[in-house]
Design a protein around this ligand. Sequence first.
Ligand SMILES: Nc1ncnc2c1ncn2[C@@H]1O[C@H](COP(=O)(O)OP(=O)(O)O)[C@@H](O)[C@H]1O
Ligand SMILES: [Mg+2]
Length: 358
Amino acid sequence: MIVKSIQLKNFRNYKDQILNLDPGLNVLVGDNAEGKTNMLESIYFCANFSSPRTTNDKEMIRFNQDHAIVKLVIKKKYRDNSIKIKIDSHKKKYVLVDDIPINRVAELMGVLGVVFFSPQEIKLIQESPDDRRKFLNIALSQQDKTYFRALNDYRKILANKNNLLKKGLTTDQVDTMLDVYDAQLAKEGEFIINKRMSFLNVLSNYSNRANEKLSESEETLSLEYETNISLEGNIQTNLYDSLVKAREKDKQLGYTSVGPHRDDIKIILNGNDARKFASQGQQRSITLAMKLASLYIYRNETGEFPVLLLDDVLSELDLKRQKILLDMLKDIQIILTCTHYNIDVPAKIINIKDGKVV
Ligand SMILES: Nc1ncnc2c1ncn2[C@@H]1O[C@H](COP(=O)(O)OP(=O)(O)O)[C@@H](O)[C@H]1O
Ligand SMILES: [Mg+2]
């Protein structure tokens, strides 16, 4: 799929801007702080209903304005779509898909597929499991509405259960309610774990191949699902048993300490845990490989490639790798940002200055 055009009104430093994009490589060129990443953020926002860099949607509204609007026109193999999102100063978001208002975010999921990569994404390897779970949740939600729904249901049940745990009550009634919550969590949780494991299975293969190409080495990369839940036999039963077993402890803690909301991706490079032992360069290459791999999985699941957003990535790679990367991705729409474009790959060059396309 491709994003044909972007229209921004009072979004970050853009006052009123329309940008048309090419199906292949699009390069946003400009000095620092001119608005290149802001443009990518607006596309990401339409795919995931959230920003890659803030949890406070209000930050995306242009200073001193009371609302922002992003509108994308998307061209797909079999149909075209438009997405329009308005953010107001009360943090409310209004979404129209094909000019029709939608009530549930699930209806937005899958309309646009986007993979985003920036140098900060290296935290995918280095930092807490949160970022790795987020990676799984975003990739799976975009390609599979049933996953998105199960994840939301799981989160709601978990929030209710944790509220009850926080109250610190110890009546029989509380235990009966906790039994109900745990049974529901086990049901949704099994679904989530199964989806994540089959995704990782495929992701592991693709990532290994992409990492080989990018690092030009014989390194072997593999990705595994890491969980405290036993995966032998019936996962729903195992998860339920683990939840019940942790219950007394969780009453002390005031939250639920086991379940897929605590799980992780184990990243193994040449037999070692990359989260601990990989060098900066290896981590960068692994992260990029995982992102590229998720492009292919999305294509397998939906029949077309998502749009690839590459923020400031070229400066991190040498010229040879820059070319390897862009050659690998010939069939995909790429929107790339940089301060200078000097690679021998044809592209639509878009100059950005002070919140304007010039
Ligand atoms: N809500 C906002 N309203 C107006 N300008 C903003 C807003 N948020 C960020 N900016 C401005 O956007 C610029 C940064 O844009 P960005 O896209 O990150 O730059 P770059 O071109 O380096 O990627 C800064 O000048 C910043 O002040
Ligand atoms: Mg930037």
